[in-house]
Write a protein that binds this ligand. Structure first.
Ligand SMILES: Nc1ncnc2c1ncn2[C@@H]1O[C@H](COP(=O)(O)OP(=O)(O)O)[C@@H](O)[C@H]1O
Ligand code: SF4
Ligand SMILES: [Mg+2]
Length: 338
């Protein structure tokens, strides 16, 4: 069952140079408990999708031009700003950012930043649209001993040792890896239904990154939390995701369960991305050409100026997404057959 369903989303940014057509009629869904990888080169629109879900696009330049974002069957684009603030952001949907150092408040201890999240009793229940979506009129606070116990438990769950001592420390006293673990604990603290992780492990070195990916996968599976896992790195997506969606220049090109995605990638762009991954033979082939300007994007399939399999029709028409095998979708007039 789908938790999130993005339908025909179109997003523009108005700039001094013209209108950037950043997201072009995207459809994307995430099932309850699923980890969905959103992958593509820098500038293809991944962050814009995350921001559109929470309606935190920069104002006044960013605008959702059309489409819908159904979350638990309600269109988030129809909610009032107040409803979104009280019920969705930081509650039903939380975020793990790329750089946790800018997300912590430097003047408060880690413990007090947790308190902001868990002080209301309502936040200690798993998110449930029918029961918990309403913020209480007069919030009930957790008792102080219960709060501390909860914070310690959460820090333990992300493998922070001696958590009783750590809650009095400030963010700068932790390593980058520890800060990202604490961010994961904070994102899970209000028991959200969906976590948006935007390049959440990109800043970490490879060994720490691998540990954090395992931790994030185990914890979100344990809590049945869905994740929109945004990364530019297909190898990282392979480690953690149940399903992978590839974007290029604001359009979705291919989407498939991780296993079928890697065993039979069908879109020419996906093949290009896979060929450009480091491999034991060292024969890395980068995709020729450059990402197109989104102020005046190419007509038809936006990948056509770089595509080795381009047909005349590709310059004129945008291909429809077709299901080539169960749950494996590709948007291409001339995709690979296996
Ligand atoms: N605030 C903004 N103003 C103008 N253009 C923007 C803004 N934010 C993003 N864009 C443009 O939208 C496109 C998608 O950007 P983004 O979502 O950040 O990509 P990604 O996260 O995949 O790197 C890019 O062409 C980018 O230049
Ligand atoms: S639709 Fe055409 S240009 Fe686009 S990826 Fe497929 S073959 Fe290449
Ligand atoms: Mg980004």
């Amino acid at each position: 069952m789908n938790l999130l369903e993005i339908k025909n989303l179109e997003v523009h940014f108005t700039t001094d140079h013209g209108v950037v057509m950043a997201i072009d009629r995207i459809n994307l869904s995430i099932e309850k408990g699923e980890i969905m990888g959103l992958v593509g080169e820098s500038g293809c629109g991944k962050t814009t999708i995350g921001k559109s879900i929470l309606r935190v696009l920069p104002e006044p330049s960013g605008k959702i031009v059309s489409g819908a974002v159904f979350f638990d069957e309600r269109n988030l684009l129809d909610l009032s700003e107040k409803e979104l603030h009280l019920k969705v952001r930081g509650r039903a949907i939380t975020v793990i950012p790329q750089d946790p150092s800018t997300s912590f408040n430097p003047v408060f201890t880690i413990g007090s930043q947790f308190l902001d999240i868990i002080k209301y009793k309502v936040n200690s229940e798993p998110y449930d649209n029918k029961r918990n979506i309403k913020a209480p009129k007069r919030p009930t606070f957790l008792k102080s001993r219960a709060r501390n116990k909860k914070i310690v438990e959460m820090l333990k769950s992300v493998q922070i040792s001696t958590p009783e001592k750590q809650i009095r420390k400030y963010a700068h006293e932790f390593s980058g890896g520890q800060r990202q673990r604490i961010m994961i604990a904070m994102a899970l603290a209000p028991k959200p239904a969906l976590i948006i992780a935007d390049e959440a492990t990109t800043a970490l070195d490879v060994t720490i990154e691998a540990q954090i990916l395992v931790l994030l996968r185990n914890l979100t599976k344990e809590h049945h939390t869905s994740v929109l896992f945004i990364t530019h790195d297909l190898a990282v997506a392979n480690e953690i995701c149940d399903r992978i969606t590839v974007m290029y220049a604001g359009q979705i090109m291919e989407s498939a369960p991780t296993e079928s995605f890697f065993s039979s990638p069908c879109h020419p762009y996906t093949r290009g991305l896979l060929n450009s991954l480091p491999n034991p033979k060292g024969n890395i082939k980068t995709i020729k050409g450059e990402i197109p300007p989104l102020i005046n994007p190419p007509k038809g399939c936006r990948f056509h100026p770089r595509c080795p399999r381009m047909l005349p029709i590709c310059k004129e028409k945008l291909p429809e997404a077709i299901e080539i095998t169960t749950d494996h979708f590709v948007r291409c007039f001339n995709h690979f057959a296996d």
